[in-house]
Design a protein around this ligand. Structure first.
Ligand code: GRF
Length: 196
C-alpha cells in the first residue's frame, strides 16, 4: 500500500510540486494533503488546482503560543493518517512537542551542504565564506533546527560571478531533483544517504 505523505509549505512550493509530480505510477507514496501556515501560499493554490486536499492554518492568531498552533496542525492532520511528513519551505520552527512523535518519519530540505549554514541566508553565507562548492541537503527532522541524519545532498560548484540570487536559483534546481529522489527511496524503506 502506498505511503501517505503530507507536505508542509509556506511559499511558492516549487519543491512540493516536484515531490507531488514524482509521486505517480509505481512510486511507493502519494501526497494526500498540503499544509500551510499561509492561506495565500502559491503552493496551496497549485495543490487545489490538482485536487489535492489542503489545510491552511494561520499561525498569527496563536501569537507566541507555538504549542496551540501545533495542536491545531495535529488536529487537522488526524483524518489523513499520514505515514510521512515532508517539510518543503515551511517557514515556522516546529517545537520538540510536535517533532518528537514524528521523528524518523519527517523530512526537510535545506539549501546548504549541512552541517554548514543552518538557518537563513545560506547562499549569501556560502559566498561570504568564499566556498567553492555549495548545494542542498535533505535530512530527517529532529528537534534541533536543520539538524538530524542526512538522507541526501546535491553539490554544485560556486561560480566566481555568483550572487546570492544566482546561486539560490541553481541550488533550487538541484533541490527539485534531490528531494524527489530521496523521498522515493525513503518511502521504500531505504535511508542510506545519496549524493547527487
Ligand atoms: C527552498 O530553498 C528550500 O530549501 C527552503 O525554502 C525554499 C522553498 O522553496 N527550505 P519552494 O517553496 O519549494 O519553492
Amino acid at each position: 500500500m502506498n505511503k501517505r505523505v503530507g507536505i508542509f509549505v509556506s511559499g511558492g512550493g516549487s519543491n512540493m510540486r516536484a515531490l507531488v509530480e514524482d509521486m505517480v505510477d509505481d512510486h511507493p507514496a502519494r501526497a494526500v494533503v498540503i499544509v500551510s501556515n499561509n492561506e495565500n501560499a502559491g503552493g496551496i493554490a497549485w495543490a487545489r488546482s490538482q485536487g489535492i486536499a489542503t489545510e491552511a492554518i494561520d499561525h498569527r492568531p496563536f501569537g507566541e503560543d507555538r504549542t496551540a498552533f501545533e495542536s491545531a496542525i495535529n488536529n487537522a492532520l488526524e483524518p489523513y493518517e499520514l505515514d510521512i511528513i515532508c517539510l518543503a519551505g515551511f517557514m515556522r520552527v516546529l517545537t520538540a512537542g510536535f517533532v518528537t512523535p514524528w521523528q524518523g518519519r519527517m523530512l526537510n530540505i535545506h539549501p546548504s551542504l549541512l552541517p554548514k549554514y543552518k538557518g537563513l541566508r545560506t547562499h549569501a553565507r556560502a559566498l561570504e565564506a568564499g566556498d567553492t562548492e555549495h548545494g542542498c541537503s535533505v535530512h530527517l527532522v529532529t528537534p534541533a533546527l536543520d539538524d538530524g541524519p542526512i538522507l541526501g545532498q546535491a553539490r554544485i560548484p560556486v561560480d566566481p560571478d555568483d550572487t546570492p540570487d544566482s546561486l539560490a536559483a541553481r541550488v533550487l534546481a538541484k533541490e527539485h531533483v534531490l528531494y524527489p529522489a530521496v523521498l522515493r527511496r525513503f518511502a521504500a524503506g531505504d535511508t542510506s544517504p545519496i549524493t547527487l
